[in-house]
Design a protein around this ligand. Structure first.
Ligand SMILES: NC(=O)c1ccc[n+]([C@@H]2O[C@H](COP(=O)([O-])OP(=O)(O)OC[C@H]3O[C@@H](n4cnc5c(N)ncnc54)[C@H](OP(=O)(O)O)[C@@H]3O)[C@@H](O)[C@H]2O)c1
Length: 257
């Protein structure tokens, strides 16, 4: 793409409410992000795997925010047709026009946190986790690149601090999170200057094993510089900041490490 003239407003986003797709919207961080976006007046569009959770979340968002209809698209990112399903669902719910896409921005907050003890690690674990966390999200951004560009949009992906400081029993997950981080940084180059792509690399907000084991929780929390697990508000703050950071792309913002 052609570089804008120095000092031009080429990279500034369109005015007014943004249309923001939240992927993994029904997760503990996805819900908090969708709520914060609705509260500040953005139009949110939601995708995840469970239609019931999506329906309940959409209904609750319609009762707050700007009370507009909140479109949902159900898709399992392990399925090969997931990206097509999501894009077609968005097109139907939020038809694009010449000047505006179905969405302006994307937040990637999807995927499971599978425990894969080293001795039992299988090819299927790696393939499945790579598909949900890296391959499908990268293909989704690719498929929506034109929409993002029309909106001078932004992509924010949730990464994991473990990709720079790995922990045990999660080879498949950490490999996938490393892949999506690198993939998003590569997309930042491909999509500049019209679309910005950044990553929030977070420490622990919730850890299923630590939640059940206060000693483990204490040990993990004290390993981080700020001495505590994060809250969803801690993460939301940085996601919104990166969506709005009009002079940042290809960056990784570490929090809670
Ligand atoms: N929580 C943490 O401490 C932490 C730390 C570091 C990084 N992160 C990253 O932050 C992001 C959000 O974490 P979270 O704690 O909010 O996760 P979460 O509560 O487990 O939620 C995961 C979300 O991903 C969706 N999902 C899972 N498998 C899917 C599939 N096959 N197809 C489509 N959607 C799928 C879930 O949808 P359904 O509910 O419909 O299944 C849900 O909306 C993840 O990318 C995670 O790697 C989290």
């Amino acid at each position: 793409m052609t570089a804008p003239a120095p000092g031009s407003s080429h990279s500034l986003p369109v005015k007014g409410p943004r249309r923001v797709l939240v992927v993994g919207a029904t997760g503990r961080l996805g819900v908090a992000i969708a709520e914060a976006l609705a509260d500040r007046g953005d139009e949110v569009l939601l995708t995840a795997r469970d239609p019931n959770k999506l329906g309940i979340l959409a209904q609750s968002l319609e009762q707050r925010g700007r009370r507009v209809k909140v479109p949902v698209v159900t898709a399992d990112l392990t399925h090969r047709d997931a990206v097509t399903t999501i894009v077609e669902g968005l097109r139907a719910a939020s038809p694009p026009s010449e000047g505006r896409g179905s969405i302006d921005d994307i937040v990637l907050a999807c995927g499971p946190f599978p425990r894969t003890p080293f001795e039992d690690l299988r090819r299927e674990d790696l393939e499945r986790t790579m598909t949900v966390h890296a391959i499908a999200p990268l293909l989704l951004v690719h498929a929506l690149a034109g929409d993002l560009a029309k909106g001078r949009g932004a992509v924010v992906g949730l990464g994991d601090a473990g990709t720079t400081r790995p922990y045990e029993h999660h080879v498949a997950y950490l490999t996938a999170k490393g892949a999506v981080k690198t993939g998003l940084r590569a997309l930042a180059v491909e999509l500049a200057p019209d679309v910005r792509v950044n990553v929030v690399e977070l420490g622990i907000v919730a850890d299923p094993e630590a939640d059940a084991d206060p000693l483990r929780q204490h040990r993990l929390a004290t390993r981080s510089k700020l001495g505590r697990f994060g809250t969803s508000e801690d993460v939301v703050h940085v996601v919104l900041a990166l969506l709005d950071a009009t002079w940042a792309t290809g960056e990784t913002w570490g929090i809670g490490g």
